[in-house]
Design a protein around this ligand. Structure first.
Ligand SMILES: [Zn+2]
Length: 270
């Protein structure tokens, strides 16, 4: 984490993560990576030439300025990854304005559980903490790549160019399916110490960021899938709902059988 923060502070403005561009997108854990690419890769230069679409206004993550309290940021060790359809994944995530040791240790613990579960990205709501915090490292291996901690992230520009990648999610174990997303995003955020970051993300880092950013808005990856794709994982989603009902003794808060297609969350105009 220290490395990531150092790099971002060193050159925070529109910095592409150099370690990503020199690294194959799927260098490690091809079988278990939560995010897997499918189809032929578009050369980076081609993507760059296409550039960005016109600037789009970014909505704030929340309507109000209700910041997370110490109680909101409390967490139990070891962290446990929450699985669909736990309602914590749909709850509102508060912005953070306390940048202390507790926040840094939460980020550290999130990296630990992410590596242990062969993930490359994790959002705070996935460990039951409803705040605007994500961690990721596209290398997926401790000590390799670059560890990124982003607090209160906002997207202010999406590329017009979109790609389909096969994604997975630690909250949906064993489920992988295609999701269409912009290739690059330009974002504002803060690091774990509260320093402001302005950065352009591309390749796998853009993909992971957008997946985790959705979690911070209560959006899950199947919300962005086409109906055909959702249908292909319907049974697996239903199994997770059944498992939730068995474990909790409560009715599943949402059911894929009632799913009627992509909602307005599919818009990338934020
Ligand atoms: Zn996820």
């Amino acid at each position: 984490m220290a490395t990531a923060c150092f790099h971002l502070r060193l050159c925070p403005r529109f910095r592409a993560f150099a370690s990503f561009s020199s690294r194959p997108l799927l260098a490690t854990h091809p079988r278990t990576l939560p995010l897997r690419r499918t189809g032929p890769a578009t050369p980076l230069a081609a993507r760059t030439r296409r550039g960005f679409g016109s600037s789009m206004a970014a909505a704030p993550p929340n309507e109000d300025d209700d910041f997370a309290t110490a109680a909101d940021l409390r967490f139990d060790q070891p962290l446990k990854v929450v699985q669909y359809p736990d309602p914590v994944l749909r709850a509102r995530n508060k912005r953070i304005n306390t940048f202390d040791d507790n926040l840094r240790s939460l980020a550290d613990e999130m990296f630990d559980v992410m590596y242990k579960t062969d993930g490359i990205g994790l959002s705070a709501p996935q460990v039951g903490v409803n705040v605007q915090l994500m961690v990721f490292n596209p290398a997926g291996v401790k000590g390799e790549g670059e560890e990124i901690v982003l607090v209160n992230p906002v997207v202010y520009k999406f590329s017009k160019r979109l790609s389909v990648y096969e994604e997975g999610c630690l909250s949906f174990p064993g489920i992988y399916a295609n999701v269409l997303r912009p290739d690059t995003v330009e974002i504002d955020a803060q690091d774990a110490s509260g320093a402001k970051i302005k950065v352009k993300l591309s390749e796998l880092s853009a993909r992971v960021f957008q997946h985790e950013f959705d979690h911070l808005q209560g959006i899950l990856f199947f919300d962005r899938m086409t109906m055909d794709v959702v249908e292909s994982i319907h049974e697996q989603l239903k199994n997770l709902e059944d498992k939730y009902e068995e474990i909790t003794g409560q009715a599943s808060p949402e059911t894929i059988s009632n799913y009627r297609g992509t909602k307005d969350v599919a818009s990338f105009s934020r």
